[in-house]
Design a binder for this molecule. Sequence first.
Ligand code: 5GP
Length: 177
Amino acid sequence: MEKPQQKLVISEKDILHKIKELANKIDNDFNEEPVVFIGTLKGAFMFLSDLVKHIKNPNVEVDFVRVKSYGLSDKSSGNVELVKDLELPVEGKNVIIVEDIVDTGLTLKFLYERIKELNPKTLKVCALINKKERREVDVPVDYIGFEVEKGFLVGYGLDFAERYRHLSEVYEVVKDE
Ligand code: 5GP
């Protein structure tokens, strides 16, 4: 399989181990109460899919949103737009936003506030990767897979110009010297 110029950051084994831990925590917090998992397309598709497979709660629903941030740099501009909205009603329900990676926090803040307006019973955030170096706004992340300081990551849902999403591990793209 072709790989980018890269350094392995999180292995498939570590991802799976962490997902089981997160799923356990979520099951302990909600037991059999209904929970709606909302994945953010496209980056969180693989994480959401693996996460819900390990949830034992029988009362689970899954939905997706797609959020786009416009700007010229590789960094979130804060001009965030909802390209695909929720399809399931979430009023009065327990909702967990499932994000691939939180960087500046601007995308998640936008989504959090948008879903909060729909009056869910509870609203939590689960992120595979919390990348803290460029955080600009405070956003609550209740379930965190991995803390990473910096770097541009690809694989396991994360892309570089739409490539590498299918890789089962997370890599940092290393620039040629
Ligand atoms: P934020 O609004 O928190 O700055 O950015 C969140 C979004 O930016 C993520 O959902 C993801 O799509 C993208 N993003 C942030 N950091 C990375 C990264 O290291 N690699 C990739 N592929 N996307 C990233």
